[in-house]
Design a protein around this ligand. Structure first.
Ligand code: FES
Ligand code: FES
Length: 409
């Protein structure tokens, strides 16, 4: 009888480094050995497109590709896969350029609640990439590894069959796999393990801050595009845009804590959501700084597991005796702050930018920006949003009545 091979043993609960390439991005995580691939993807990398149903290998919701083969992510331990290539549903297509399977599922109404959809998409991609000649008659059996509880299978079969017919010479590969930033997360109440990309250590006290902050590809959670009219002259506003420390003092709840060199800065930002306090720590990098324009990327992690990344462009142009300050921002959110919804988060972000612009105007005028040391409260910001929303119908009504009166005369 052969002797057992000498496998290194790991203490229960101790963490092991795992290197994966996920959707084209090299990723490094330290994880307890018990963490499944599905949990690593969802909880440590923020890739929540991989759904988890039974966690017993039955339902197929968690199907991903591992080294090009369909696999149940709930049945694999992440540490088994060191060095593997993993493709999830997020890698299949882009918001603005969906994969043919995603297009077809939409066209054929092949989803209702959508819970099974990532599993069906990855499973059918695996099928068509390995068996391009599969017949419609064989599809029910071939796709029986994924269970749908609400749509009914006919539409799903129609969707997959249409793509099979259109691509007998080979289905297009996943269209959203390229090196980019993955957002590491610390699971609430978890082991303290973090998932971060090799290029992007997000831990605020990590001395190896990345040389360049990259933003995720794809559609941002919030897109901000607004212009504020400032009373200060362009020259005075340029003085503020040219001073990163002063600029940081104008941002409500923000604090710059360290200059890292190469135009990189470490800092923190706080925001209050009633009793919930979000405290982001992270990094900002100035990519371009001119008298009339500043471009920067920023990323931060909330201690509760959320994260935010933003690309910001601010440009100042003369406007009468003052300055027009234009701000564009693409904001990517994950975790509990993303749960507040695009509309609400968008309104609050815009209100924060308006307060930011007001503080820049004050700083440009030589005054200390009036930004509270306390974290800005979303309820206070929202009150302003709601006031302006409530006022809007009255303003429209008043204008309409005035128009009507002038037409009647
Ligand atoms: S969650 Fe993996 S098969 Fe059900
Ligand atoms: S669409 Fe709801 S489970 Fe399949």
């Amino acid at each position: 009888m052969s002797s057992p091979s000498a496998q290194p043993l790991t203490e229960a609960g101790s963490e092991i480094e795992v290197n994966l390439t996920v959707n084209g991005t090299p990723t490094s995580m330290r994880l307890p050995a018990r963490v499944t691939l599905s949990d690593a993807l969802r909880d440590h990398l923020g890739l929540t497109g991989t759904h988890v149903g039974c966690e017993h290998g039955i339902c197929g919701m968690c199907t991903v590709l591992v080294d090009g083969q369909a696999a149940r992510a709930c049945l694999l331990f992440a540490v088994q896969l060191d060095g593997a290539q993993v493709t999830t549903v997020e890698g299949l297509g882009r918001v603005d350029d969906l994969h043919p399977l995603q297009e077809s599922f939409g066209r054929h109404h092949a989803l209702q609640c959508g819970f099974c959809t990532p599993g069906f998409l990855m499973s059918s991609y695996d099928l068509l990439s390995h068996e391009p000649d599969v017949t419609r008659e064989d599809l029910p059996a071939e796709l029986s590894g994924v269970l749908c509880r609400c749509t009914g299978y006919r539409n799903i079969i129609d969707a997959v069959d249409e793509v099979a017919e259109a691509h007998r010479d080979g289905i297009p590969g996943p269209g959203n796999c390229a090196a980019r930033t993955l957002v590491g997360r610390t699971p609430a109440g978890g082991s303290g393990a973090t998932g971060v990309t090799a290029e992007e250590p997000l831990a605020p006290d990590d001395t190896s801050a990345p040389q360049r902050i990259e933003l995720p590809s794809g559609e941002p959670t919030i897109a901000i595009d607004l212009t504020s009219e400032l009373t200060s002259s362009p020259a005075d506003v340029a003085r503020v845009l040219g001073d990163v420390r002063l600029l940081a003092r104008c941002l409500p709840g923000a604090e710059l804590t360290e200059e890292l060199g190469d135009d990189r800065y470490r800092g923190r930002a706080r925001i209050a959501l009633g009793p919930v306090r979000l405290s982001f720590q992270g990094l900002a990098q100035v990519l371009e700084q001119r008298a009339d324009r500043i471009v920067l990327n920023a990323q931060g992690k909330d201690t509760g597991g959320g994260s935010a990344q933003a690309g910001i462009i601010m440009a100042a142009t003369p406007s009468g005796s003052g300055t027009s300050l234009h701000a564009e921002a693409s904001v990517f959110l994950t975790g509990r702050i993303a749960g507040f919804g695009r509309s609400l988060a968008g309104d609050v972000s815009k209100r924060m930018f308006e307060d930011f612009a007001r503080a820049i105007d004050q700083a440009a005028a030589g005054a200390e920006p009036e930004v509270s040391a306390r974290p800005p409260s979303v309820f206070v910001l929202l009150a302003g949003v709601l006031r302006s929303r409530a006022r809007a119908p009255f303003v429209r009504l008043t204008r309409a009545l005035r128009r009507r009166r002038s037409q009647d005369r």
